[in-house]
Design a protein around this ligand. Sequence first.
Ligand SMILES: [Zn+2]
Ligand SMILES: [Zn+2]
Length: 324
Amino acid sequence: MKKILISTLLLMTALWGWSAQQTRWVKGNTHTHTNRSDGDEYPQRVARWYQDHGYHFLVITDHDMITPTLALDADGNRDDFIVIPGDEISLTFEKRQAHVCALNPKRLPVAQAGASMSETLQNAVDGAQQAGALPVINHPNRKWSINAEDIRALRGVHHFEVFNLQRESNNFSAGGRMGGEELWDTLLSDGMAIFGVISEDTHDFLGEFLPGRDHPGKGWLVVRVIELTPQAVCAALEKGDFYASTGVELADVQITDKEYRLVIKPYYDTAYTTQFIGKNGAILKQDFGLEAAYAFKGDELYVRAKVFSSGGELALCQPVFIKK
Ligand SMILES: [Zn+2]
Ligand SMILES: [Zn+2]
C-alpha cells in the first residue's frame, strides 16, 4: 500500500511539475558540519560558501545539536538561498556508527542506543520524527557499520545516503563488499520504498584542498520545489522528487504512467550513458547521448535511472515504484 501511495504521489508531482510550470529545481546539500561540532569554519562562513557557489539550500547538521540558522541566509545579495536547521543524531552500537540526519527539526531530537544496530537506528529515526524532522540514514558503509538487514527492519524512514562523499564512506562495491548502489538495489528489491541521497558531509573549509579532506562542492541534491522554503524542500524529498549528483546536471526529469524520461545538460564534449535499473540491479535499458527514456512494462517492481559521464561524474535519479 505504501509503495503504491508513494509512486502515485511522485507521479502526480511530476505531472503537476510539467503542467503547472510553477515548480523549479533547486540545488542543496543535506549534511554539513561547522565549528559548532567537528567542522573547521564558523556557521556564517559555511553558509556563505554555499550561497556564493550556486546552491539554493543548505542543511547544517552538527552532531547532536541544532546550530542556530536564523539570519545565516540573510547575508549577501542573493535572496534565493536558505539555510535549513538540522541535527546529525550520532549514536553508536558496538563501535559501529548509527548516524541519522534529522532535516528541519522543530526541536532537538532525543535518541539513545538500543540492543541492536537496527534498534539503535530505529530509535534515531523515531527521535527525528518526534522532533518533526525528516530522517536520513547516513553513510552505512563508514566503518562498515550498517548492512541491509539493519535498514530493512526499519519503520518510518525512506531516505539513506547512497553516497556520502567523505573518503572513508566506502561508496562503491569492491573486495566482495556491497557499495551504496548495490545496497540500494537490495533494499528496493526487497520491496522497501527508499530514496537515495548524495551528501558531502562537509567538515573542511580551511587549509589545503587534498584528497581525504571533506571540502564542499563534491556532490549535492537537486530538488523540484514549488517555493524555496524548508517545508517545500522536505516535502519534495519525501515524495522522491529529486535527483542526486556528483556533477552531472539534468535539464529535466519527466515521469508519466508510461515512461521515465530525462534530459541531460551538456558540458563541453562530455559523453553520457544513462542506465535504467530494476529489480536486483538489472540494467533494463541503456541509452547514449543527452536524452534517455524507458517505457514501463509493468512487472519491474521499481525503475531508477543512473547517468554517468566520460568525466567520471554521475547523477542518480529516484526509483519509481511500479504497481501490478
Ligand atoms: Zn556521521
Ligand atoms: Zn556528518
